[in-house]
Design a binder for this molecule. Structure first.
Ligand SMILES: [Zn+2]
Length: 312
């Protein structure tokens, strides 16, 4: 029975991926192998569709900001988190996207590191929303986008909390919902990318990893410190560059899906084939924002569903 259920799931995934491109992909964790669950599925074909019950959802929007990064998370406790805000030219896109979801407040704003493709649009975000908590790594930049962001934060009287390995982002503890910072693990790095705040968000059994632009230097530190990096979905480091997604790290993460936030025809030739092949070799499905547009993951903490704005 288990095999049949697994085969059915595989078939559904294959049909979705092959016929619909990026449009709709279903994921699962080990619950699919549960006999009880299997029996329920056949008693009621809609038993696995949690949109029919009242379990709070976590929804993560990997916003298509071109060559940059921005993820907005609707937490199941009613709070929200924004990780990065793309480049300056995407500031309006990010603000409009979040407002269209009905939010005028962001509880947790995280700037993974002060590169303009991550914080360029953040001044517009700070100016447009009520922000409760701002997290940044202990790294500075002399760029105008960074300086302007700091001015906006100061003018609203907000304080910045330093994020480093071990920081817990959520103010209200909840046993089935955690947002833990896994990196940075050192005080100084040669490259600004390695200051990236790496976040592991866990809701029930579903684990999401957000890498910022962390390279293999930071990945190896996490492995050395035995950080639990395993995840179902990873937003891969540094737009799929081969300086990130090292072989050992990829093996440890063991993700079902790897999301690459990247602009079409970008000057950096991101994502790099080498890095993508490391994920594929591990059996991970790669989804790219330049091909899929906005990517939206919904989960009830048990199963997850991925929808995309366009095929790819
Ligand atoms: Zn970047």
């Amino acid at each position: 029975m288990k095999i049949k259920r697994t085969a059915l799931l595989t078939l559904v995934i294959l049909i979705c991926v092959s016929l619909c491109g990026c449009d709709s992909i279903f994921g699962s964790n080990d619950r699919y192998y549960d006999d009880q669950y299997y029996d329920n599925y056949y008693d009621d074909p809609y038993a696995d569709n949690h949109y029919y019950d009242n379990v709070p959802q976590l929804v993560c929007h990997y916003i298509d900001v071109g060559q940059g990064d921005s993820e907005f998370v609707e937490l199941p406790n009613g709070e929200s988190m924004l990780i990065d805000a793309g480049p300056a030219e995407s500031g309006d896109t990010v603000v409009n996207y979040i407002q269209s979801l009905g939010y005028d407040r962001i509880n947790y704003l995280v700037a993974t590191h002060p590169h303009s493709d991550h914080i360029g649009g953040m001044k517009r975000v700070v100016d447009s929303f009520t922000i409760d908590n701002v997290y940044m790594p202990k790294a500075t930049a002399t760029t105008s986008s960074y300086q302007n962001l700091l001015k906006s934060i100061q003018s609203k009287g907000m304080r910045i909390t330093t994020a480093k390995a071990g920081t817990k982002l959520l103010r209200h503890s909840q046993s089935d919902l955690k947002a833990e910072v896994l990196a940075p693990n050192s005080d100084s790095y040669e490259e600004l990318n390695d200051y990236s705040v790496v976040i592991k968000l866990t809701y029930g059994k579903v684990r999401l990893l957000f890498m910022g632009d962390a390279t293999q230097v930071s990945e190896n530190e996490m492995l050395k410190k035995n950080k639990n990096v395993s995840a179902d979905i990873i937003k891969v480091g540094h737009h799929g560059s081969s300086s990130s997604s090292g072989e050992q790290f990829v093996k440890k993460v063991k993700a079902q899906f790897a999301i690459v936030s990247v602009g079409a025809g970008n000057d950096y030739h991101h994502p790099h084939t080498k890095a993508m092949n490391r994920w594929k070799k591990q059996g991970t499905e790669v989804l790219r924002t330049d091909e899929c547009g906005d990517i939206v993951l919904s989960t009830d903490g048990d199963e997850f569903n991925i929808d995309t704005a366009k095929g790819g």
